[in-house]
Ligand binder design. Structure first.
Ligand code: NAD
Ligand code: DAU
Length: 353
């Protein structure tokens, strides 16, 4: 790997991945971040990287992955040999309110990248297209069982259907054109730079602002939580040791009900603010359930653990402490995010509900 193209690098996981590559690996090539900067893309996530490596080993291109000409030019001018594809519309609730952008970016955008890569690489096999996907493509579990790499797809929201579609396109390019791909399907991430429409950062910010903590339905839906830096290290492991053509599940092995998450965040925040343990729990508000709300996700990640030697570095309690400490230490980042377009959107779509 000499020249990596990261798509969606200004978002939550992409920016953590870029930090990981520059700060925690021995990579000495160049990295190009292609991001359209939607509401979820935030250049502030990478100011430190830009300051240290900008124009030398780090390059930012504000480009839509659906733009064939620009993507083709970028592949050529930076002589890209590795693509790590994060760019997507990522929020399930938004996909329910308006699926169109999800179809455009997640399906058409992925198709465009695959086409550009196929044309530029023209049958080379010393290159790699890594596609970042989600456990949501597997549908919803009952009380027991796990998602494996060969679990049949059963997406149930416009978001997961669009990701499933992109996964199928990536597989099709492997079989039809021999494009050297790898794929990963990951569980719920949490950590620094997480956009506050998602559960954990939303809870932290609402507690800071003494606002209700919305819990969908009965709060008993289960997610498997993975600290975002562990996701970054898993992708790096796949890029370096993964077998071309293979899919790897990545998970935290940290199943929690949503109400357990809400209670845990309330308790850590109370401790940070020297309040009684249950102080913030009075903010908990049960609200109307998400339509088609998947009951339980749980990843089996034995394959990446046993065959590539990857493992998580923190347990959930450590990861949540680190996450909350990060938000409490970065009020400027929070102010910047909540003062913009996001605020208008939240006002329009949520607070009237
Ligand atoms: P995010 O919403 O925080 O970031 C997405 C980024 O993509 C943003 O910077 C945005 O500006 C950019 N983007 C969107 N449309 C674009 C376009 N057309 N062209 C170029 N850039 C565009 O998302 P995230 O949580 O960081 O997720 C990243 C990837 O990981 C997604 O593919 C998502 O499906 C997948 N994933 C996320 C999680 C999770 O828990 N967040 C778990 C599993 C998989
Ligand atoms: O499983 C991986 C997926 O995790 C990723 O593919 C998605 O991109 C990512 O957004 C995430 O999806 P979820 O829908 O699981 O994440 P979210 O943070 O939106 O919700 C987590 C759980 O909390 C879910 O069961 C819904 C619930 N929830 C969420 C919000 C925002 C609430 O109860 N209240 C809320 O206000």
């Amino acid at each position: 790997m000499k020249s990596i193209l990261v798509t969606g690098g200004a978002g939550f996981i992409g920016s953590n991945f870029i930090h990981y590559v520059f700060n925690k690996t021995n990579f000495d090539g160049i990295l190009v971040n292609v991001d359209k900067l939607t509401y979820a893309g935030n250049p502030n996530n990478l100011v430190d990287i830009d300051k240290q490596f900008g124009g030398k080993r780090y390059f930012f291109e504000k480009v839509d992955i659906c733009d064939t000409e620009k993507i083709a030019n970028i592949l050529k001018s930076y002589n890209i040999d590795t693509i790590v594809h994060f760019a997507a519309e990522s929020h399930v609730d938004r996909s329910i309110l308006g699926p169109k952008e999800f179809i455009q970016t997640n399906i058409v955008g992925t198709f465009n990248l695959l086409e550009c890569a196929r044309n530029f690489w023209a049958n080379r096999n010393d290159v790699r297209f890594h596609h970042v996907s989600t456990d949501e493509v597997y549908g919803s579990l009952g009380a027991t069982g796990f998602f494996y790499e060969n679990t049949p797809y059963d997406p149930r929201s416009p978001y997961s259907a669009s990701k499933a579609s992109s996964d199928h396109l990536v597989e099709a390019y492997k079989h039809t054109y021999n494009l050297p791909i790898t794929k990963s399907n990951c569980s719920n991430n949490y950590g620094p730079y997480h956009f506050p429409e998602k559960l954990i950062p939303l809870l932290i910010l609402n507690i800071l602002n003494n606002k209700p903590l919305p819990v969908y339905g009965d709060g008993l839906n289960v997610r498997d939580w993975l600290y975002v830096e562990d996701h970054a290290s898993a992708i790096w492991t796949i890029l370096n040791k993964g077998i071309v053509g293979e899919t790897y599940n990545i998970g935290g092995e940290n199943e929690r009900t949503n109400i357990q998450i809400v209670n845990a965040v309330c308790e850590i925040m109370a401790e940070k603010h020297n309040k009684p343990k249950d102080f913030y729990k009075s903010l908990i508000t049960f609200v109307k359930d998400r339509p088609g709300h998947d009951k339980r996700y749980a990843i089996n990640c034995d394959k990446i653990k046993n065959s590539l030697g990857w493992t998580q570095s923190v347990n959930f309690e450590q990861g949540l402490q680190k996450t909350i400490d990060w938000y409490l230490s970065n009020p400027e980042w929070i102010n910047n995010v909540v003062s913009g377009e996001y605020k208008n959107w939240i006002n329009k779509n949520y607070e009237t509900r």
